[in-house]
Design a protein around this ligand. Structure first.
Ligand SMILES: C[S@@+](CC[C@H](N)C(=O)[O-])C[C@H]1O[C@@H](n2cnc3c(N)ncnc32)[C@H](O)[C@@H]1O
Length: 406
């Protein structure tokens, strides 16, 4: 049964390579910047303590048509292995390899379930948009965990249950209509989409059909997939724990941030819950997350998790996330930054802004607090002030935290 499903998935990505291939990785990088799972972009989130080595061994598991090539291009010091079931997607990746002379990129046609057979280990594993297509995603994550170096880090993307509710309703209709992965199935899907009402869960808050439905490969990937499942926040926590790994944080906390969507007593009640419960509440409330991007590591990295319940946070080195800008009037300051789900706006006070202005990506929080601006208040008072600011800015994804010496 499992092999039949894997075979159907392979055939789909042979016929409909996804994401749509790109012609030029340099131009793509110039236009869109690095991928959010790229170690150049997500370095602090992958390794707050500093990356384990410069020449990372990177595995792109289920690399599709371009991901491994984009990572190899942006990380010339690193050795990148891209694996995929689909020969078509690998051929696209190979064209990019030749075009940009990516000698640090190796490509292999194989299932990620067999990665252990190579007897290699990796510092960074990227597996985005893949595990939810396996007949047994748990077995997939375990196979990857087995080849992750003890100090390694993994970036994963899984579909979101709440945000994809509309997708599953439409998939169900298409199954009833017998639509398959062929020209006739595509025609049926396109015809059906004409009748999807504007209040349907498939339609985005801006009133549009998902952008991915613009081309055939996108329609097949979203609506005619033979194997696809989605995850709630608690599903993800269980999934990660079952593979013996730890959840190491979202790629961006903003879509899970209680402060953005609640206020008053309800906000206080939700903030009193453990972090994973808060995220589950917001995921269910907003129904915006059609994907979850997150990091996982091995249990020995638990000590590098960002937390504010002891005074250890004073030794963290805060970094302002790229794209964050201070704006607004003197008495109504905000932080603002773009995100795929729209602008992230975080109101801040003037004293909070003063603390943020001291952040240079080098000084620890205690070094920042030793500035004359803050030493007028009692040590305990300024520690608690910094704790509240940093925790709130971490919850909204505006601040990321490295460790001293990193
Ligand atoms: C939606 S694409 C994502 C591609 C890429 N990771 C990205 O984010 O652009 C999913 C890819 O996973 C591959 N895939 C699915 N199951 C796989 C498996 N068991 N082993 C390796 N690749 C697999 C498919 O062939 C397809 O190219």
């Amino acid at each position: 049964m499992e092999d039949t499903v894997t075979e159907a998935v392979r055939k789909q990505y042979e016929a409909y390579s996804y994401p749509p291939p790109i012609e030029d990785a340099e131009k793509f990088r110039k236009k869109w910047g690095p991928l959010t799972c790229d170690p150049q972009f997500a370095g602090i989130q992958l390794w707050p303590e500093g990356r384990p080595r410069q020449d990372l061994r990177i595995l792109c598991a289920g690399c599709g048509s371009s991901q491994a090539a984009l990572i190899a291009l942006n990380n010339p010091d690193c050795a990148v292995l891209g694996i995929d079931l689909s020969e078509t997607s690998l051929a696209h990746s190979n064209r990019l390899r030749d075009k940009h002379s990516l000698t640090n990129l190796e490509l292999r046609q194989m299932s990620l379930l067999d990665i252990g057979q190579l007897n290699r280990s990796f510092d960074l594993i990227l597996c985005t948009g893949v595990l939810h297509h396996l007949p047994n995603p748990d077995a997939g994550l375990m196979a990857l965990a087995d080849v992750l170096d003890p100090s390694g880090s993994m970036a994963i993307m899984l579909y979101g249950k709440a945000g994809r509710a509309g997708v599953y309703l439409v998939q169900d209709i298409l199954r009833r209509l017998g639509a398959g992965q062929d020209a006739e199935g595509l025609r049926t899907a396109r015809e059906l989409l004409k009748f999807v009402p504007s209040h349907h869960y498939l339609i985005s808050p801006t009133g549009k059909l998902p952008h991915d439905l613009a081309d055939d490969a996108g329609v097949v990937d979203m609506l005619l997939h033979p194997q696809d499942r989605a995850y709630s926040v608690p599903d993800i926590m269980e999934f990660v724990a079952a593979a013996g790994l730890i959840f190491f944080g979202w790629s961006d906390n903003a879509p899970y941030c209680a402060d953005r969507y609640l206020s008053g007593e309800m906000l206080e009640r939700v903030l009193a819950l453990p972090a994973a419960e808060q995220w589950a509440v917001i995921d269910n409330l907003t129904v915006l997350n059609d994907r979850h991007d997150f990091f996982v590591r091995k249990p020995q990295s638990t000590r590098f998790l960002t937390r504010f319940d002891t005074n250890d946070f004073l030794s963290y080195v805060p970094h302002v996330r790229s794209g964050v800008k201070l704006a607004g009037e003197a008495n109504a300051l905000i932080l603002t930054r773009p995100s795929p789900q729209g602008e992230v706006i975080t109101p801040i006070s003037r004293s909070e802004a003063l603390l943020l202005e001291q952040i240079d990506g080098k000084k620890s929080i205690s070094e920042i607090l030793s500035h004359a601006l803050f030493t007028r208040s009692e040590p305990e008072q300024r520690t608690n002030f910094a704790r509240a600011v940093c925790e709130r800015m971490w919850r909204s994804g505006n601040l990321l935290f490295g460790r001293s010496g990193s």
